[in-house]
Design a protein around this ligand. Structure first.
Ligand code: NDP
Length: 249
């Protein structure tokens, strides 16, 4: 998995799984643009960029909201301007707002869809003309096992993550002859980011449902992304990979 001379943009890259993905791509030799949302994340992004540079690659931070089309265009063009190209796009930014279907506010349903599903649509829409011109691209969209089997109390999240699979497969078909692959990773429970807000009691109840008996680490998702971004995965597209310790098999 040699990613030397490759360039990547990771949305929501400053924290949790996103940071693990950035580190793995940098370790394999790719230059990395770390997208962060706003000033709240600027410090984390700045620290991460310094860590990434220690791998001997170029790293930059690019601010922007993935739900805002002009922000997204600016993130992509800034990455291309600094690195000279964009080879790898990782749609990792995500949010969840809990609430069972009968109680969830419609505004919250829209918000969750906006970040998790409209976001990847906008970034792909902005990146594809450049990737098509270069006849090369690796897109990895982060979904969730919730998108495969649903999640009680998170209908918007599960719907958005299932949507990411349909969006990715459709786009994969559209660009398959242009040297561009589009794949999906469905993480199970990972010791980072969103799981930090879940009550310990719930996490303890979930652990035995994972055949491996433990939660994963951000780098486990990073390794999957690095493989799909590599030349070794050149014949893999439209695929959905669970990285979940066997939970959703
Ligand atoms: P985090 O909350 O740490 O990461 C999500 C990142 O997305 C944050 O950096 C967040 O910024 C950023 N973000 C949110 N909204 C936007 C936006 N509009 N524009 C740009 N960036 C935004 O959680 P995780 O690391 O856990 O999640 C990463 C991905 O992995 C998500 O897609 C999630 O659904 C998925 N996932 C996570 C699992 C887990 O167990 N942790 C399991 C399955 C899937 P900010 O912090 O400022 O809000």
């Amino acid at each position: 998995m040699n990613l030397k001379r490759r360039t990547a943009l990771v949305t929501g890259g400053a924290s949790g799984i996103g940071a693990g993905i950035c580190k793995k791509l940098a370790e394999k030799g790719a230059s990395v643009a770390v997208n962060y949302l706003d000033h709240r994340d600027a410090d984390r992004a700045e620290k991460l960029v310094e860590e990434l540079k220690a791998f001997g690659i170029e790293a930059i931070m690019v601010s922007g909201d993935v739900t805002n089309e002009s922000d997204v265009k600016q993130m992509i063009s800034r990455t291309i301007e600094v690195f000279g190209s964009l080879n790898i796009l990782v749609n990792n930014a995500g949010i969840t707002i809990d609430g069972v279907t009968q109680n969830l506010a419609v505004e919250d349903f829209h918000k969750v869809l906006s970040v998790n599903l409209v976001g990847p649509f906008l970034t792909m829409k902005a990146a594809l003309p450049h990737m098509s011109k270069n006849h090369y691209g690796r897109i990895v969209n982060i979904s969730s096992v919730a998108g495969l089997f649903g999640l009680r109390g998170a209908p918007a999240y599960a719907a958005a993550k299932a949507g990411v699979i349909g969006l990715s497969k459709s786009t994969a078909r559209e660009v398959a002859r242009k040297g561009i692959t589009v794949n999906v990773i469905c993480p199970g429970y990972i010791n980072a980011g969103m799981t930090k807000n879940i009550q310990q009691e719930y996490l303890d109840a979930m652990t035995p449902l994972v055949p491996m008996g433990v939660f994963g680490e951000p780098e486990d998702i990073g390794s999957g992304v690095a493989f799909l971004a590599s030349d070794e995965a050149k014949f893999v597209t439209g695929e959905v990979f669970r990285i979940d310790g066997g939970m959703a098999m």
